[in-house]
Design a protein around this ligand. Structure first.
Ligand code: GLP
Length: 286
């Protein structure tokens, strides 16, 4: 696990977006795992900007989201399908057929979960998984005691998660009690993981996830077992880490981070501002 601490939330989100863009440019057929939540909005806004200003090309990439609420249709304002369409998919040149989220309305939920795992495998597995972290340390909706070998399945949402997410609903009691989520094991199978956390309210759980003992009580501690995982934090989210001087030193000195140290986003692969691709915009959610 590697930890990078940036001066503020914008710089942290910018770095995440630039890492994603670098991966997309080196592999246009990238299979991306995507996450939702307030923290990710800045990343998607930055990717949309790169699409518009640098011609970042989403046309061949495929995406799989971590999770979806059970019982919310794709058109529901709080569904994660709606979130993704709004913040990213309908703003870039991605083919909506290549974007996948679990179907929270499926009549047979276990079959839907098994199908989601099968679809990920058929696409060759996830190359780059973007992650946020819940206040209880969940990844996706892997609530406390999620097995580290768990696969996509239905989880009952914990009281902490309900308290965290219910205010996002027009009426808090509309928040579903269940969600389909990729498992901790599914996440650990991804080739590279990037977790973004910003803000003081994440400082305690980030410190426990990074420097604490591995425990299924905090799903994010499983990332300590992943061979290629980077946590990108702002100063406040990293404020309770004991080894923050070391993490700063690594970012400033590791050759792999050299292209990312400047604040100015790198130019497109060919070093020019690419012509903007035409945007095709289906209005309805799929
Ligand atoms: C939800 C998602 C998680 C996400 C978390 C963080 O619970 N299921 O995948 O990490 O929100 O949300 P925020 O960024 O709003 O703190």
């Amino acid at each position: 696990m590697e930890v990078v601490i940036r001066p503020n939330a914008d710089a942290a989100a910018d770095l995440v977006a630039r890492v994603i863009a670098q991966e997309m440019r080196s592999n246009p057929h990238l299979v991306m795992g995507l996450a939702t939540g307030n923290t990710m909005e800045a990343v998607y806004a930055r990717l949309v900007q790169m699409y518009r200003e640098e011609g970042l090309d989403f046309s061949a990439c495929r995406t799989f989201n971590l999770d979806e609420y059970v019982g919310l249709s794709s058109n529901h304002a709080n569904s994660y399908r709606h979130y993704m369409n709004h913040h990213l998919f309908l703003q870039v040149n991605i083919d909506l057929q290549n974007t996948h989220l679990p179907d929270g309305m499926a009549a047979d939920l276990p079959a839907e979960c098994a199908n989601y795992e099968r679809l990920i495998a058929e696409n060759g597995g996830i190359d780059l998984q973007l992650l946020g972290i819940g206040q209880n340390g969940h990844l996706g909706f892997n609530e406390p005691l999620s097995a580290f070998r768990s696969r996509t399945r239905v989880k009952i949402l914990s009281p902490v998660t309900r308290t965290q997410n219910a205010p996002l609903f027009a009426r808090p009691d509309q928040m579903p009690h269940r969600a389909i989520t990729m498992g901790v094991g599914s996440i650990l199978d991804c080739r590279r993981c990037i977790l973004l956390a910003t803000g003081e309210e994440k400082a305690t759980i980030v410190a426990r996830a990074v420097e604490g003992p591995i425990t299924s009580m905090i799903s994010a501690t499983a990332l300590q077992l992943h061979p290629d995982c980077t946590l990108i934090l702002d100063e406040t989210a990293g404020s309770q880490l004991e080894e923050s001087d070391y993490y700063h030193w690594v970012f400033e000195n590791q050759p792999e981070w050299e292209p990312f140290r400047t604040a100015t986003p790198a130019a497109g692969k060919n070093g020019h501002q690419a012509k903007l691709p035409a945007v095709k915009k289906p209005v309805e959610a799929v």
